[in-house]
Design a protein. Structure first.
Length: 154
């Protein structure tokens, strides 16, 4: 079993019914799209999810749109051997066939910049994911309790 499928299985086992929500289109499943609640004066936030591809063809996430932010972009966080953390914009996130892409703190994530309002825990925030092959997919991010990486000042 591939590492990302193990992560997906563990995520679903511990997520519980309160946090589990998903959207499916074709062979893709978008699982628990969430934004940890940013501070009240935050200008940005990060979005996470798992995108599983049960099909035989790869796809890729190429854009995100949401009225909750002036701009939404794909980013990758990494820490080098010296402990220096970086965050880099990426143009596309591959979703291999029969595998999953995991967007999580410290790795791939969606950066929401120029938040258009405050969030409350449990709120559902509309967004559109744009895939190379699957096209436009409407989802909702759940606003989760605060935690994970703090992106409020980026």
């Amino acid at each position: 079993m591939k590492t990302s499928l193990v992560i997906l299985t563990l995520f679903m086992a511990f997520a519980g019914p309160v946090f589990a929500h998903e959207t499916a289109v074709g062979d893709l499943q978008i699982i628990h799209a969430n934004i940890p609640k940013p501070g009240a004066t935050a200008r940005s936030a990060a979005g996470y999810m798992v995108i599983a591809n049960d099909g035989t063809e790869a796809d890729a996430l190429i854009a995100i749109e949401t009225p909750a932010a002036q701009k939404a972009m794909l980013h990758e966080s990494a820490t080098d051997a010296q402990g220096v953390a970086t965050m880099t914009h990426i143009d596309r996130l591959p979703i291999p066939a029969g595998d999953a892409a995991v967007l999580e703190p410290g790795g791939f994530h969606i950066m929401l910049m120029g938040l258009t309002g405050a969030f409350t825990e449990g709120q559902m925030v509309p967004a559109t994911l744009v895939f190379e092959k699957a096209g436009r997919v409407q989802i909702e991010f759940m606003i989760d309790p605060p935690g994970g990486a703090d992106h409020s000042n980026h």
